[in-house]
Design a protein around this ligand. Structure first.
Ligand SMILES: O=C(O)CCC(=O)C(=O)O
Ligand SMILES: [Fe+2]
Length: 274
């Protein structure tokens, strides 16, 4: 692996552990100093509205997040396990009968207050107005799980999306119509998407089996490779409107982020696209 400093400093070569398959894509890793972020293509940065803060949460806060999450049940409706804190998505927003969940499929929503400390800090640091945050979505990535490239639905969520990462680091891909880069989301970091980062670049996490880290390691994403992320955002009232014209599963899913069908095969078909 080649690790390079963005500002013309010499590349640092590091030894690969022997057991790593040779077909794992190699790519240069740069440190993009203005954003304090590792990236595969610094020429794409800066992206307007993108902000990265390493070690935004302390190890104690990270432990609190981890313990809070793992003290509670997850929704297992999609491949990645999830939890919702604060407002939930109302299935009544979607006027399709077979999209309504059965009682057992209803997922719980936990108290947003559990993360009030972090929310208050985000407000004080200017990421959100007071009281603006209405929902935290927890995603758990175990092993080689990912999330396909997407925009967070602009009908459903506010202009600012903040993600806090706890546990193992991953590469997040940012893709616009013109270019693409990967950025490395480290343990305890904050990643914020507004403006172009929110509306021009899709974001996603590849389902890669291996992670190349900036310190020269190549780590297998086995089932013990766990990252949880907190996606912190405002859920908009506009997402509550019943869309009469929704006829496609995909569209319904995008508008409402999670929709459930009693027809499990159909549901899995849609959810697996996520
Ligand atoms: O886990 C992440 O960092 C991204 C999650 C995400 O994009 C989402 O929930 O919409
Ligand atoms: Fe997202």
């Amino acid at each position: 692996m080649r690790i390079k400093q963005a500002k013309g400093l010499p590349a640092v070569e590091s030894e690969q552990p022997k057991e790593i398959p040779s077909n794992i894509p190699d790519f240069p890793i740069y440190f993009y100093e203005p954003a304090q972020i590792y990236t595969t293509d610094p020429t794409v940065l800066p992206i307007k509205g993108m902000q990265y803060i390493p070690n935004y949460v302390t190890p104690e806060e990270a432990k609190y997040i981890w313990d809070t999450v793992y003290d509670r049940e997850f929704s297992t409706l999609i491949h990645r396990r999830q939890q919702f804190y604060g407002q939930r998505y109302y299935h009544t927003t979607c006027d399709l009968k077979d999209l309504q969940p059965t009682e057992e499929e209803e997922f719980k929503c936990y108290d947003l207050e559990l993360f009030q400390g972090i929310i208050t800090r985000l407000e004080n640091d200017g990421f959100f107005e007071k009281g603006e945050v209405t929902q935290i979505l927890v995603n758990e990535y175990a092993g080689a799980m990912g999330i396909s490239n997407h925009f967070d639905d602009s009908n459903a969520f506010g202009d600012t999306i903040v993600t806090i990462s706890v546990g193992k680091p991953v590469w997040l891909t940012l893709t616009s119509n013109e270019d693409q880069t990967k950025v490395f989301l480290e343990e305890n970091s904050l990643f914020c998407m507004k403006e172009d980062a929110r509306y021009k670049y899709r974001h996603g996490i590849p389902k890669a089996q291996w992670v190349r880290t900036p310190d020269g390691q190549c780590i297998k994403r086995g089932m013990d490779y766990i990252r949880i992320s907190l996606t912190i955002r405002k859920l908009l009232d506009t997402r509550k409107k019943v869309e009469e014209d929704i006829t496609h599963w995909d569209e319904c899913l995008v508008r409402n982020s999670i929709f459930l069908s009693k027809d499990e095969a159909k549901r899995n078909e849609i959810l697996n696209k996520q």
